[in-house]
Design a protein around this ligand. Sequence first.
Ligand SMILES: NC(=O)c1ccc[n+]([C@@H]2O[C@H](COP(=O)([O-])OP(=O)(O)OC[C@H]3O[C@@H](n4cnc5c(N)ncnc54)[C@H](OP(=O)(O)O)[C@@H]3O)[C@@H](O)[C@H]2O)c1
Length: 252
Amino acid sequence: MANNLQNTVAIVTGASSGIGRAIAKNLAAAGSNVVVVARRKQKLNDLAAEIENNNGQALPIEANLTSNDEAIRVVDETIKKYGALDLLVNAAGVMLNGDSIETPVGDWDAMVNINLRGLMYLTKAALPYLRESAQKNDRRVSDVVNISSVAGRFAASQVAIYSATKFAVTAATEAWRQEYARQHIRFTVVEPGKTATELFDHRVGENEAFEQMFGKVEELQADDIANTVRFIVTSPRRMAINEVVIRPTDQA
Ligand SMILES: NC(=O)c1ccc[n+]([C@@H]2O[C@H](COP(=O)([O-])OP(=O)(O)OC[C@H]3O[C@@H](n4cnc5c(N)ncnc54)[C@H](OP(=O)(O)O)[C@@H]3O)[C@@H](O)[C@H]2O)c1
């Protein structure tokens, strides 16, 4: 079956809500053993129970990925439990937009720390296992999918540092793609437009900045992004989908 991920192990970050949660469920439904990572343990436990009720396999790991040690622990626990790692989906992120004079510098740090540093730490910790897996697993290929944003392609007023982190994710993903192409680790950057998730609840008033950027649209659903990620990682070994922009149809 083209979309069969039996006998694979996937780490999905940001799995307690929104896009990461939808991706974790989708990959589990395709047969992957899914390691679900975020800070909210109860939400992870609920997700793992839901996956297991649907005959899937899930390992919840509570971790704050702004710490390199935590990222290394996530990979260590994954290897301890499953013995291998085939797929990594970096979806954890926060968006704290607003007037750049008024915004506390801590909000900027928060975005850099998870959107960029967290993704960087976990990717680095995972790479040796992804490389090994691409040599040994049945698929003979491994996957890293990084969730950037349309804000990683276009900068806009009041979205400076969120955009900067997402441009960085897009740049790093392309560099890693080149570095590991011959070792059959596929790197994909996915750049969604406005998607209905908790992302917009992080700070009161921030919607204004985002709406300025994109206008009022019929939002994408997290499952739209998850279905795309499943298509990416179940493509034949010879085929690497490097970059996907997904916008609401009415997002100009
Ligand atoms: N929604 C959109 O319109 C949109 C558009 C483009 C790109 N994106 C990107 O899509 C990704 C997923 O966002 P979403 O829309 O699904 O938002 P969301 O529902 O708020 O999910 C964000 C996830 O990141 C996790 N997270 C945040 N900080 C973390 C930390 N320090 N350590 C570990 N996990 C952390 C959160 O879990 P905990 O709070 O439990 O830790 C949560 O699971 C983000 O990278 C976002 O930038 C979203």
